[in-house]
Design a protein around this ligand. Structure first.
Ligand SMILES: CC(C)(COP(=O)(O)OP(=O)(O)OC[C@H]1O[C@@H](n2cnc3c(N)ncnc32)[C@H](O)[C@@H]1OP(=O)(O)O)[C@@H](O)C(=O)NCCC(=O)NCCS
Length: 252
């Protein structure tokens, strides 16, 4: 199936509990993984737009960050939320990587609430080290604005990324999540991710270990590449990290 058809299937599953009559329109344009646009009008979602980010989206993601409370920010920190200047630079870099087709980055907008969700795959063409192993395994990240959590948008974001990934040749998708992130783990397991191991927390500046470890998870797209992916993930788990240095591929 082509990308548009695959996305259509995921959206149909998402909207299905509402009943057919509740969905006024669903329009999908997806020239490729970097130019996705999904617009839907339904009873539960009067004006839902899911789209690829553009170069103009730094303020969009800044606004999204403002909708994440301290707990969500502690679970999802691919960007330095606490430092406005550093955040701006990090978002510029992240968006440039998407515009240049290294990452694939998306936002969910809801007519009434502005940007309410954000999800992405880092290293769609595979990180150089992973390429050496002959595998393409992007790293998934997802977050939903606090006021919009629990309405299946997080699951939708993960499912859309799973549908998009084969279209740029991914063999699998990896992620890490804090071991106390039970809602995140529930969503990932429901979407077919499996636990591959635990990454010990890095030592702090005093050499003391944090109490929260990370769970590493894998979604297999090409079963023939499973062994290579597991070797790669095991090597990542084996890498020790020091204070202030995130383990490689650790994106929450
Ligand atoms: C994790 C997150 C993306 C999920 O998005 P969401 O839209 O709230 O999730 P959904 O509504 O699709 O699904 C939530 C599921 O988690 C379950 N859940 C919620 N809290 C839970 C908990 N404490 N323990 C176990 N399951 C929990 C819900 O019951 C629901 O499952 P169900 O559909 O089987 O009933 C969202 O909560 C979020 O952004 N959290 C903060 C940032 C974050 O943690 N990002 C991920 C970093 S790895």
């Amino acid at each position: 199936m082509n990308l548009t058809d695959d996305l259509h299937l995921i959206m149909t599953e998402f909207l299905q509990p509402l009943g057919e009559a509740a969905v006024a329109s669903l329009r999908i344009t997806a020239g490729d993984c970097w130019s996705v646009g999904i617009r839907c009008h339904s009873s539960a979602w009067p004006d839902l737009l899911i789209r690829s980010v553009t170069a103009a989206d730094v303020p969009t993601l800044e606004r999204f960050g403002a909708q994440l409370g301290p707990h969500s920010r502690s679970l999802f920190y691919p960007y330095p939320w606490h430092d406005a200047a550093a955040l701006h630079t990090a978002l510029e870099t992240a968006i440039a990587r998407s515009v240049n087709r290294i990452n694939a980055t998306y936002v969910i907008e809801s007519g009434g609430g502005g940007v309410v969700g954000h999800f992405f795959l880092h290293d769609t063409c595979a990180a150089p080290a992973a390429r050496q192993q002959g595998i393409c395994m992007p790293v998934l990240g997802v977050a939903v604005a606090d006021a919009w959590q629990g309405r299946r948008l997080g699951t939708l974001g993960v499912r859309l990324l799973q549908a998009i990934s084969p279209h740029f040749g991914a063999d699998g998708i990896e992620l890490t999540t804090l071991s106390n992130n039970l809602a995140g783990q529930h969503v990932y397991r429901c979407c077919g991710f499996e636990d591959t191991g635990v990454i010990a927390p890095p030592a702090d500046a005093n050499g003391m270990a944090s109490s929260i470890s990370e769970l590493q998870m894998l979604y297999v797209i090409r079963p023939g590449k499973r062994a290579a992916m597991e070797i790669w993930l095991r090597a990542k788990r084996g890498k020790s990290t020091t204070a202030g240095e995130a383990s490689e591929g650790s994106i929450r």
